[in-house]
Design a protein around this ligand. Structure first.
Ligand code: HEM
Length: 486
């Protein structure tokens, strides 16, 4: 009996073993095997692309490759590989994949000397992600309402300095007024009132640390990098002094600096002075350049398209009469025409023309052309936002400035599917400053449309290819004459 029981037990264990192993093999066959059978994307050698890159430029070359190979292709750089994913159909893993599978860290070394070792890509992934969450929280749309009054005061005070009529460089004017807004809403009134000129010039030196050369060699001693390092040290001193003074006096303000000071890690510790300083530098650098560029493009586009300029002005008239000229958060939220004019300007002239990641593990994409590719781990992955924003199967007449494409009944970006409009990124690293960017640009343009008659007098600007953010090249001259929109 005992022997029978032992035999039965062994038989049961044997059957169980066969089932477990068999199931594993079947699962492996059905999931792993097919993965290994998909081909990698078509590959082109960078040598063959050099003539086109020199003659036609990066944008046109990528567009030509897209026409030839479809939405996924790889460029080989004598060893390292860059795989391009064009269009929303193949972008999901790029935006949503786990950091352990695909991440941006490798390309962000350039930011370490700019913002400091204590933040973002100078610290481990978990701490970095907590810090990014502090920023998301500090810039939540619900927290922006209280910033409208200070923003409007800065804008009114700035343009009050303009005469009855005149000619100005729009880009310069918008850069200045945005610095006043940033200092008031992000850095705090201490900086705004006492040392804005110095801080403005330091931020200029800091932001100049973001250039093509320092992407490759962030620590090389060049004059630019030396100025960047000096600016970092001085800004850190300024923010540290402000933080200490607020903490010792118990004074609490309503700005991003304060919200970052109040942020706590999951283990209960508060952010340090160096971390707060680094994060605030990150906010200003990330937000200021892109907002200046976007607000200038918005102006250039509206002033060159009478139909939409008139539509935006009509909307202002309606809002003025509805809100008795009190332009607060609700009034700004109702400016849909102006919102679409900004969105369309930024679709055509995105300040982040490419987004990059490093794939650590293999992933599969299904293209709209019906192909399936396995992209090997180790590839660098690039999403060309500027090209995505002009895809003819998503945007009708993509080279036309047509804000109505985002309006009711069309909504081309939504119809195109998730990740059709990635000017602000998407998924895990979507821009936390998007709502703030729209808000400040609307406050400025609402004020300009209500108070000035404007004309673009220089030719429509070209994008500055030497700058990473594709800002308008050179001066953007406009004439203004005061008027009162009624
Ligand atoms: C028109 C203005 C802006 C544009 C076009 C823009 C664009 C972008 C894009 C495309 C990304 C994603 C990058 C990637 O996926 O690799 C991003 C991330 C980011 N942006 Fe913006 N941005 C703008 C304004 C702002 C403002 C005003 C702030 C803050 C004050 C800001 C703070 C950030 C931060 C902190 C990140 C990093 C998020 C993360 O890695 O999780 N941006 N932005």
């Amino acid at each position: 009996m005992d022997m029978l029981a032992t035999r039965t037990t062994w038989l049961a264990i044997g059957i169980l073993f066969i089932i477990v192993v068999g199931t594993k093999i079947l699962r492996w066959k059905s999931s792993v095997h097919p993965l290994s059978t998909r081909p990698p994307p078509p590959i082109v050698n960078v040598l063959g692309l050099l003539p086109s890159l020199f003659i036609k430029g990066f944008g046109v070359t990528i567009n030509d490759l897209y026409t030839k190979f479809g939405s996924v292709f790889t460029v080989s750089l004598f060893g390292p590989k860059i795989t391009l994913l064009v269009g929303p159909e193949v972008s999901t893993h790029f935006f949503q994949g786990l950091e352990s599978d695909i991440d941006v860290r490798k390309f962000m070394e350039v930011t370490i000397p700019i913002f400091g070792q204590e933040v973002f890509y100078g610290v481990d992934t978990a701490t970095c992600s907590e810090q990014l969450n502090f920023i998301v929280d500090a810039l939540k749309p619900s927290k922006l309402r209280s910033l409208v009054d200070p923003m409007s005061q800065e804008v009114e005070a700035y343009f009050a300095k303009w005469g009855q009529d005149g000619i100005v460089d729009l880009k310069h004017e918008l850069e200045q007024v945005l610095m006043f807004i940033s200092s008031r809403c992000l850095l705090g009134y201490e900086v705004r009132d006492m040392m804005l000129e110095e801080v403005y010039s330091l931020f200029h030196d800091l932001a100049n640390g973001l250039n093509f050369l320092s992407f490759l060699f962030p620590y090389t001693t060049t004059p630019r990098n030396r100025r960047r390092d000096k600016a970092h040290i001085r800004l850190k001193e300024i923010f540290t002094a402000t933080i200490r003074s607020r903490r010792s006096s118990g004074r609490v303000e309503d700005d991003a600096l304060q919200r970052l000071m109040n942020s706590k890690y999951k283990d209960g510790r508060f952010t340090t002075e160096a971390e707060i300083s680094g994060m605030i530098m990150g906010l200003v650098v990330a937000g200021h350049i892109s907002s200046t560029s976007t607000s200038t493009w918005t102006g250039a586009c509206m002033l060159s398209n009478t139909k939409f300029l008139i539509a935006a002005m009509e909307e202002q008239k309606h809002i003025i009469s509805k809100y008795k000229n009190q332009i607060g958060y609700e009034a700004l939220s109702e400016m849909d025409t102006l919102h679409r004019c900004i969105k369309e300007a930024i679709r055509m002239h995105t300040s982040a023309p490419v987004l990059v990641r490093k794939a650590h593990t293999k992933f599969r994409v299904h293209t709209k052309e019906g192909e399936e590719y396995d992209i090997p781990g180790g590839h660098n992955i690039l999403v060309p936002t500027a090209l995505n924003n002009k895809l003819a199967h998503i945007y009708s007449d993509p080279h036309l400035y047509d804000p109505d494409r985002f309006g009711p009944g069309r909504e081309e970006d939504k119809v195109g599917g998730k990740y059709s409009f990635t000017t602000f990124g998407g998924g895990r690293h979507v821009c936390p400053g998007m709502a703030l960017a729209y808000l400040q640009i609307k406050v400025i343009w609402s004020h300009l449309l209500r108070n000035f008659e404007l004309k673009l007098i220089s030719s429509f600007p070209k994008a500055d290819g030497s700058k990473m953010n594709q800002e308008p090249k050179g001066k953007v001259m406009i004439s203004y004459k005061r008027h009162q929109l009624l």
